[in-house]
Design a protein around this ligand. Structure first.
Ligand code: ADP
Length: 655
């Protein structure tokens, strides 16, 4: 029997072709595909994508029960129930197990072939998509929480017509408007801008740069009150249209506070300056009459007094000197506080400064039978440039304190080199005493103004509590620091450092060592007989005119007085004087002018090279520069202290 199989063959070929197509599709599909038995006892077929979803090989899956691939068997049972009643399920969310990655979220769609008794379906892993959606949802939630709860005002405005799209509670709280008041309205119409120019500025900057940072603006609240805010804005795209996201912070209180602070800072600076000026003026004004008081007492001491009277006068003089000391302290401190203190830089010899300071201090040391010594390390350079007067003041103050608070033992000054460069040297001064010491508590405040460690002791010792405060400030001016180590009952060691310039060429001749008290005593008779030197005093203050000549007469000087500059010039043309004491500020002609004429070789004074010592009221650096510039040789500041005056006279007359 011959059968025509041609048609059959064609049919079979087509079938095979279709089967192949299906296979291809099945194998290469990006969606997981499977076939299982109804009871889940056996998985009949899976494609590669499905295997990927489970992380398993074909051998591990084919012929095995499908149940173990589910995370929750109940989920499968529910699905089977649905299939039995409806023949298919679509896009059901289930959880399956991946061997390595654990639980995966999938979407399953199944058709139930009732007659054949199996399921066929697709499986899509949506874990990553779900995760991304969740992240997005939670970040949206966070953002909207920030938007809702931010205390700052946040609003979104359309760029084209500036209408409010959204505002937060911060906005409604800050400006007193409700959402309904403003949404959909242009911001200028609502009246929130006090100055519409502020809005234009904001819009301009946004257009130019795309953002605005901390723009200060004035906004009007619904109740009409004004607030100051800083606004930051950024361009954003919302539902396809360009908008500005604006964040504003109310800084009204901060601004008011800043204004207050600035105002009170200005006021307190002004008050402080006024205080410093007042203190400086007052102490200067009080010093002038004190000059008269001390001078008169010294004069009185040179008259015929009983020892008892002399002692009374001496105590009055000491009180006067203490007062002058205190005034000097206040003057110094107020000058420093008003930043008016300038260092007077000049060449000096370190050893001379120490010897000089110790001259007076040794009197106290002798009285109290204390050993007063100094030790300067050999590597300390002696020829320095700096403010010798201020250095002497610091040393004198600290050593005087040490002597004051020590009743037996010694006070020693050590000077060491701490650091040296080619041009400068840092020195460390240590003043050790064997006195009462200072408690740890008092040490904390010892360098503050008006502080005294032990009030009861100070009462018997005197003092103002200004000394160390001034020392600290002076030391700081000299680029150094100051401190103290002390043990109560065992003594103290005060130290300070200072930076000095080294003299380029140390010229020994330039260093003037003032005559010592002992030297003075040698050639200065304390009676009136010897009038070796003739001095001209050019001075308009009647007090000084009265006291100085009488006082100096006791030390062997003859003093003539001129009341103003012109008289002084006349006197210098007619008499041969040895020295002039020249007040700087005088009527008719100032001391500077007189000096300039004297130094002029063509003028008709008898001696062009006569030593001229300036008497200055307030020895500021500037005044001294004027003295030097006009040709004066030296200066003394008022109130005149007899010891200083005698030293200077001796210095200039016995050269
Ligand atoms: P004052 O003019 O009162 O001496 P100071 O500022 O110089 O002011 O000193 C402040 C206080 O520090 C002193 O009153 C004293 O209590 C304490 N003090 C200073 N030096 C010493 C020292 N060497 N030994 C003990 N106490 C000292």
């Amino acid at each position: 029997m011959i059968t025509d199989v041609t048609e059959l063959k064609v049919y079979a070929d087509r079938l095979q072709e279709r089967e192949e197509k299906y296979r291809n599709l099945f194998n290469n599909s990006g969606v997981g595909m499977f076939r299982t038995r109804l009871d889940g006892s056996e998985i009949l077929d899976v494609n590669q994508k499905c295997l990927d979803i489970f992380g398993r090989s074909r051998e591990e899956v084919i012929g095995k029960p499908s149940v173990k691939l589910w995370v929750d068997p109940q989920e499968r049972e529910d699905m089977v129930k649905m299939l039995l009643s409806a023949d298919h399920v679509s896009e059901l969310e289930i959880k399956v197990l991946h061997t390595k990655n654990g639980v995966r979220n999938c979407v399953i769609s199944i058709v139930f072939y009732r007659e054949q008794g199996f399921f066929e379906g697709t499986l899509i892993d949506i874990t990553d998509r779900k995760r991304a959606e969740e992240t997005l949802r939670s970040s949206e939630q966070k953002l909207s929480a920030i938007f809702r709860t931010s205390p700052d005002s946040i609003n979104i405005n359309r760029l084209d017509n500036a209408t409010f799209v959204e505002v937060n509670e911060g906005f409604t709280n800050m400006l007193g408007y409700t959402r309904e008041d403003v949404i959909g309205k242009p911001s200028v119409e609502t009246g929130v801008w006090d100055d519409p120019e502020d809005r234009s500025r904001l819009a301009r900057q946004i257009r130019e740069k795309g953002f605005v940072k901390n723009l200060e603006a004035c906004l009007r609240r619904k109740d009409g009150s004004l607030i100051t805010v800083i606004v930051s804005s950024r361009l954003i795209e919302l539902d396809g249209s360009l908008c500005t996201l604006n964040i504003a912070r109310d800084i009204t209180e901060r601004k008011n506070l800043e204004d207050e602070l600035r105002k009170s800072k200005r006021e307190s600076e002004a008050a402080n300056n006024a205080k410093s000026r007042f203190l400086a003026n007052m102490s200067h004004e009080i010093r002038t009459p004190m000059n008269g008081v001390i001078g008169m007492i010294e004069l009185l001491q040179h008259s015929n007094l009983t020892p008892e009277q002399y002692q009374y006068a001496e105590e009055a003089k000491q009180s006067g000197l203490e007062l002058v000391n205190l005034l000097n302290g206040i003057l110094d401190l107020s000058k420093i506080e008003a930043d008016k203190m300038e260092l007077e830089l000049a060449d000096f010899n370190l050893k001379s400064v120490v010897v000089d300071a110790f001259k007076l201090l040794s009197l106290t040391a002798n009285e109290k039978a204390l050993k007063l010594e100094h030790t300067i390390d050999v590597d300390v350079p002696m020829s320095l440039t700096g403010d010798a007067g201020r250095l002497r003041q610091i040393i004198t103050n600290i050593v005087a304190n040490a002597l004051k608070f020590t009743s037996k033992g010694s006070v020693t000054l050590f000077i060491k080199k701490e650091f040296e460069t080619e041009l400068s040297v840092t020195l460390r001064f240590v003043i050790k005493d064997t006195g009462i010491g200072i408690s740890a508590h008092s040490l904390e405040h010892i360098f503050d103004s008006f502080t005294q460690a032990n009030i009861s002791i100070t009462r018997t010792h005197g003092g103002s509590g200004l000394g160390l405060a001034i020392c600290k400030k002076l030391v700081e001016l000299m680029k150094g620091s100051i401190g103290v180590d002390s043990t109560l009952g065992q003594g103290s060691a005060f130290w300070f450092t200072s930076v000095f310039d080294k003299q380029i060429k140390a010229d020994a001749d330039k260093i003037k060592t003032p005559a010592s008290v002992a030297q003075l005593a040698l050639h200065l008779p304390d009676t009136t007989q010897d009038k070796r030197f003739r001095i001209l005093l050019a001075e308009d203050d009647p007090n000084t005119q009265k006291i100085l000549p009488k006082l100096l007469k006791h030390y062997g000087y003859q003093v003539d007085v001129s009341c103003n500059g012109k008289e002084a010039l006349l006197a210098l043309q007619n008499n041969d004087y040895d020295l002039v004491l020249m007040d700087c500020m005088m009527p008719e002609m100032s001391g500077y002018e007189v000096t300039t004429i004297v130094r002029d070789q063509t003028s008709s004074v008898l001696r062009h090279d006569i030593p001229i010592i300036a008497l200055t009221g307030n020895a500021m650096k500037h005044d001294i520069e004027l003295c030097t510039a006009s040709g004066m040789n030296d200066h003394l500041s008022k109130p005149l202290i007899l010891g200083d005056l005698l030293t200077k006279l001796d210095n200039w007359l016995t050269r």
